[in-house]
Write a new protein. Structure first.
Length: 284
């Protein structure tokens, strides 16, 4: 039976010292995720989305609050959380296969070398790199390198995935392709996931819920939207639904309501077969 409170975040707070007093980045962030749920965090730049993700990953100390994953308190980074960054950070002197194997060897030292090779080959093939796994990062495109990063995260069999704008540096067609791959992988494993994104359409298409964060300082949860579309999802079918555009408008309205400076813009990507991109003003 899947847990209803697989990831529990309670009153998370992150504060940094400053010459004028404590600078509160995130405050009172409380959220529970079901096992197998995909949740996106969206909001303007500087609202603390990546800060929350980094605290859950164990890469950044929390100032206050509690974090529990599968009944165990999160204190440090660990292989039970697979992290995919905007840039995959591959070791340039290792092939795609070797980059993924590096983590697999650490997480699965008890299995045979042949089994570890099978794990690496399996996930590289799933992300479409079956014929490129012996290539070095310098020989791969940006989209292919990000595929390696995704394969690396899944190959570790983590309890959950943490994705920090994983497609933010990619062109639109590559972005759509990798969104579909990520969705397929998550559906296969029923992986619990939290993703940070600026892209409204990406958040709606991939997620079970979208968490909208208020603008900083002292950012917190402003609203949460349930995404009602059944899985597995087919992009063309979802784009035909009137509810999709009602949810899209609600998200854009929230982002606009949080925009106080109107100096920069958050991109809303173009849905397939729809009008040109909508640009939503965003604070720095």
């Amino acid at each position: 039976m899947l847990s209803e409170r697989y990831l529990e975040l309670w009153k998370l707070n992150k504060t940094y010292p400053s010459p004028t007093g404590p600078a509160v980045i995130v405050t009172d962030f409380t959220l529970n995720l079901k096992e197998g749920e995909f949740v996106s965090l969206i909001g303007h730049s500087g609202c603390g989305k990546s800060t929350v993700l980094s605290m859950v990953a164990g890469l950044l100390d929390k100032s206050a609050g509690n974090m529990v994953l599968a009944g165990k308190e999160i204190i440090n980074a660990g292989p039970d959380r697979g992290v995919v960054f905007q840039s995959p950070c591959l070791l340039p002197w290792m092939t795609a296969f070797e980059n993924v194997m590096l983590g697999v060897e650490q997480v699965f030292p008890h299995v045979t070398a042949a089994e570890r090779r099978d794990i690496v080959s399996y996930y590289l093939a799933l992300v479409g790199l079956g014929n490129a796994m012996r290539k070095y990062p310098g020989e791969l495109s940006g989209g292919m390198r990000q595929r390696v990063g995704i394969a690396r995260a899944f190959a570790l069999a983590p309890k959950m995935l943490l994705l920090d704008e994983p497609f933010g540096m990619l062109d639109q067609l590559t972005r759509i392709d990798l969104q579909d791959i990520l969705l397929d992988l998550c559906n296969r494993d029923r992986k619990t996931a939290v993703m940070v994104t600026h892209d409204v359409d990406e958040a709606i298409f991939l997620s079970d819920r979208v968490v909208m964060m208020t603008s900083g300082p002292a950012a917190t949860i402003g609203d949460v939207i349930d995404i009602p579309f059944k899985r597995p999802r087919v992009r063309a079918d979802v784009m035909e639904l009137a509810e999709y555009y009602r949810l899209r408008e609600r998200l854009i309205d929230f982002l606009e309501s949080q925009d106080h400076r109107r100096a920069r813009k958050v991109t809303v990507s173009k849905p397939v077969h729809q009008a040109p991109n909508v640009l939503v003003p965003a604070s720095a």
